[in-house]
Design a binder for this molecule. Structure first.
Ligand SMILES: [Zn+2]
Length: 140
């Protein structure tokens, strides 16, 4: 919807580009409309996709990887020069809220509160095994 409204190029007769600068400024709105409702607090609403399987902390039900939420995105810190973002969203099955943060140090997401991760980091385990194998070969 925001995209459709953003393409409206009607300039009212009393529009003065030197005074109003842009149509958004004339209407007193942000280009991202209702997604930028809390922009003053540094919060923007984005579409967040669950990066792995989790169990909700409120209803205990399983939420699959790939389920999408309208999440409030906020910058909460820095990891060297990389910003750390926090996403706040509501469970689609109950009133529980999830708080998930990016983890640039491990190229991952961490659950701060509201849910429990289903441990499925197979690739990492395989890498550990292969590393052990190569260590054994180098000894022999
Ligand atoms: Zn839930």
């Amino acid at each position: 919807m925001g995209e459709r409204k953003g393409t409206n190029k009607y300039y009212p007769p009393d529009f003065d580009p030197r005074v109003h600068r842009s149509l958004d400024a004339y209407h007193g709105t942000h280009a991202l409309r209702e997604r930028a409702k809390k922009i003053g607090q540094g919060v923007i609403v984005i579409r967040f996709e669950m990066p792995y399987n989790i169990w909700c902390g409120g209803c205990g039900r399983h939420v699959a990887m790939g389920v999408r939420y309208n999440a409030e995105k906020k910058k909460v810190g820095m990891y060297y020069s990389t910003p750390v973002y926090e996403f706040n969203m509501k469970c689609h099955l109950c009133d529980q809220r999830y708080l998930i943060r990016t983890d640039p140090a491990n190229f991952d997401y961490v659950i701060v509160s509201g849910a429990r991760r289903k441990e499925q980091r197979w690739i990492q385990q395989r890498m550990v095994k292969s590393r052990r194998r190569t260590a054994r070969q180098s000894v022999a």
